[in-house]
Ligand binder design. Sequence first.
Ligand SMILES: [Fe+2]
Length: 454
Amino acid sequence: MASPIQMATESRSQEISALYQSVRARTLEIVAPLEIEDYVIQTAEFMSPPRWHIGHTSWFFETVLQKYQPGYKHYSDDFLFYFNSYYEGFGARIERPKRGTRSRPTVAETKKYRAHIDEQMTQFIARVSEHKDADEILKILRLGLEHEMQHQELLVYDIKHLLCDQFDAPIKSPPPSVENVSGMAEIEGGLFELGYAATGSSRSVREGLSHFAWDNEKPAHKVFLEDFQIERAPVSNGDYLEFIKAGGYQDFRWWHSAGWTQVKDDNWQAPLYWEQHDGQWMIRDFAGLHPAEDKSNEPVSHVSFLEASAYAKWAGKRLPTEAEWEKAATVSSENTRKNFPWGDTVADESRGNLFENGLWSVAPIGSFPEGQSAKGCHQMIGDVWEWTTSDYVPYPGFKSEFDEYNDKWFVGQKVLRGGSFATPQIHIRATYRNFFYPHERWMIGGFRCAKDSD
Ligand SMILES: [Fe+2]
């Protein structure tokens, strides 16, 4: 008879098996509308051709097979070289800016490779509970699936950069704004427990899925906060347009030195994907080209940390720290801590604009009242990743759980919180720390302002 430990391992392997099938299928759904030529083009050094994502997410699972499947013979030396991203520990690889300089492996070969890995992995997962390292393997497999969800989001950014409104995205219509959200929420300071600590059941209510958090969200630790205020809504296109019209991009006073240099060097005059036609600012997205005024009640996106900081200074405010953001997102009306602004259950379509909502765009401010925090902050989860002033550095007591994944990036980047319309629901939580360089803006980055309490 199976012991309780064996039964627990068996149930976890079934959970991973189901998650594997659904996550792998979604990646292919995202790229389905692409034409063959679209898969191999690299439109900027920071993006990757879609074919590369399809292969790289498979390469990641092949490294698991190489390590744990006795007798596994790797698929191809060329594929190991082309589909490794940045892992020194896994050998030589193509430089990132050159991913679009090759037509081989072809798209058909890459898809064949992906199908081969899926076949191998399906058999491997079916027997994983018999493996002596089953616990360790199940953890790595979950990590590999979270990694693939990160690449699903990157695919959306990259396809937008590649094709934008030429991509035939299966767009659903946005929910209406039902609430006028304005002003700032007052948040009491004091000691705050920052970071991820598993609370309640180890399984979330939805899909019976075990909790997961990255090593960089741990350990939870105390920080002291002064009283502060934080905006109830993300900064909107309408707000940001005021900054542009007030000459924000022409006035050095609002900018960090690095920001002002960037503005001049790259001739920045507005967020990425904003275009001027006949003196009018327009925003291009997956649905087409729209006057910015028509989108004035939607969160501004595709702004860098440098632009967000300049706007905040111009507005007489500042960006929040990640601890302030997390407290505003997690403190309940009874002053206890929740995993999400609305409580402890995983995001669903009524609470935040995430990938499953199918909007392929930000949603109007005030269209997710059920997702607001106890302090009345809206759309903290979904729509846009929100820049904070915090440097992406390890929390005190940090222990790396996977080599070269999160810890090798602990210098020079800023933390963003909350997920975007391209983030899968089960991938996001309030403690999630995303990170990008201060000048980057091809990802879906926006912000909300904070200020010290009066
Ligand atoms: Fe990756």
